[in-house]
Design a protein around this ligand. Structure first.
Ligand SMILES: C[S@@+](CC[C@H](N)C(=O)[O-])C[C@H]1O[C@@H](n2cnc3c(N)ncnc32)[C@H](O)[C@@H]1O
Length: 298
C-alpha cells in the first residue's frame, strides 16, 4: 500500500525558491514526498522534518542533511531552538492526513470502512473521536459540526447523536452513521459524511488552533526572503492561511501604517493560490481539493 502521493509537488517545491545551502523545514513529513524533493534539490543545506504520527518515521531517509522529529508542529520554534537553529530559509506544510492514515481502517478517519472512531494523528494523544462524541454537550457538538464540518443541519446532527448515546455509547464508524444517516441528503450522502468526519477530525486534532500557532512561529523563524509554502485541503484552513499571509493575522483585518500603507509581513507570491492541473488529477484524484499558497517574508 502506498503511504502517500504528494500533492502539487513541483509547484510547492518551486515555491520554496531553494538555496543549495539553505535550512528548510517540512512540518508535515508523512510519506516524505515533499522532503525527498527538497533533499534532491539542495546540496549542503539542511532539512528538519516534523510529523506527529510516529508511523511516518519509517519513511525517514538516512541522510546526514536530514533530521526527523516526531513532534507536533505547534512546537516548531522550541524544537528548532533545541536543535540550535534560530532561523530558516523556508517552511512547507502539506496539511491534513496522509493516505496511509486515511486508508488504515484502525485509525477511524474514513466513513468508508467500519472501525473504532479514533481519528488521532498522534496515536499517543488522549482525546479520540469516541471521547468527543460521548462527552461533549449537545450545543458544543452542534458548534463542532457547524464550524469544522460546515454542516448547516448541525443542530439536528447533534440532537441525533445525543439521542443515540443515551441508549448506548457511540464507538464505531457504523455507530455515528446509524445515528445521523436519516439526515444525509439524498444522493449527497458521501459529501455529507465526508464533512461530518472532517469536523470530527479537525476537533480531535485541534487542527485549526495548531495551524495558527505554527504559522505565527513560522513568521518568527523565517529569514527575510524566506518562503512560507502551505497546501490546504478545505476552505477553513485556506482562509486561515490566506488571511495570515495577507495581513499577518487570522481575521484578515488590515493594519495600516502612519501613511496609510497596508502593513504586512509577507509579499504574496501566489495571489489566488494554485490548484492541481488536470494531469495531476488524472493520476491523483485525492489532490482535487488541494490549494497551494506561497508567501515570502519581507
Ligand atoms: C498530507 S500528509 C503530508 C504528506 C507529505 N507531504 C508527503 O508528501 O508524503 C500530512 C501529514 O502531516 C502530519 N500532521 C498533521 N498535522 C500535524 C501537526 N500539527 N504536527 C505534526 N504533524 C502533523 C500528519 O500526521 C500527516 O502525516
Amino acid at each position: 500500500m502506498v503511504y502517500h502521493i504528494p500533492a502539487l509537488l513541483e509547484e510547492s517545491i518551486d515555491g520554496l525558491n531553494l538555496k543549495p545551502d539553505g535550512i528548510y523545514v517540512d512540518v508535515t513529513f508523512g510519506g516524505g514526498g515533499h522532503s525527498m524533493e527538497i533533499l534532491k534539490r539542495i546540496k549542503k543545506g539542511r532539512l528538519i522534518a516534523f510529523d506527529q504520527d510516529d508511523d511516518a518515521l519509517a519513511n525517514a531517509p538516512a541522510d546526514k542533511r536530514f533530521l526527523f522529529l516526531n513532534q507536533n508542529f505547534r512546537f516548531l520554534k522550541n524544537n528548532l531552538r533545541f536543535e540550535g537553529i534560530k532561523s530558516v530559509d523556508g517552511l512547507i506544510a502539506d496539511l491534513g492526513v496522509s493516505f496511509h492514515q486515511f486508508d488504515e481502517p484502525s485509525r477511524g478517519f474514513t466513513f468508508r470502512q467500519d472501525a473504532p472512531l479514533d481519528m488521532r494523528m498522534n496515536k499517543s494523544g488522549t482525546i479520540t473521536a469516541v471521547h468527543l462524541l460521548n462527552t461533549m454537550d449537545e450545543s458544543s457538538l452542534a458548534d463542532l459540526f457547524y464550524n469544522y464540518g460546515e454542516l448547516i443541519n448541525s443542530r439536528r446532527i447533534a440532537k441525533e447523536i445525543v439521542a443515540l448515546r443515551t441508549i448506548r455509547p457511540l464507538t464505531t464508524v457504523k455507530d455515528i452513521i446509524d445515528a445521523v444517516s436519516r439526515l444525509a441528503p439524498h444522493r449527497q450522502e458521501h459529501k455529507f459524511y465526508a464533512k461530518l468526519f472532517q469536523g470530527l477530525r479537525i476537533a480531535v486534532n485541534h487542527e485549526i488552533d495548531f495551524l495558527k500557532e505554527m504559522l505565527e512561529q513560522a513568521l518568527d523563524v523565517l529569514n527575510p526572503a524566506g518562503r512560507l509554502v502551505i497546501i490546504t485541503y478545505h476552505s477553513l484552513e485556506d482562509r486561515v492561511v490566506k488571511n495570515f499571509m495577507r495581513t499577518g493575522n487570522f481575521d484578515g483585518a488590515e493594519k495600516k501604517d502612519f501613511y496609510g500603507n497596508i502593513e504586512t509581513p509577507f509579499r504574496i507570491i501566489t495571489r489566488k493560490g494554485i490548484t492541481p492541473a488536470e494531469e495531476e488529477l488524472a493520476i491523483n484524484r485525492r489532490a482535487r481539493s488541494a490549494r497551494l499558497r506561497v508567501a515570502e517574508k519581507i
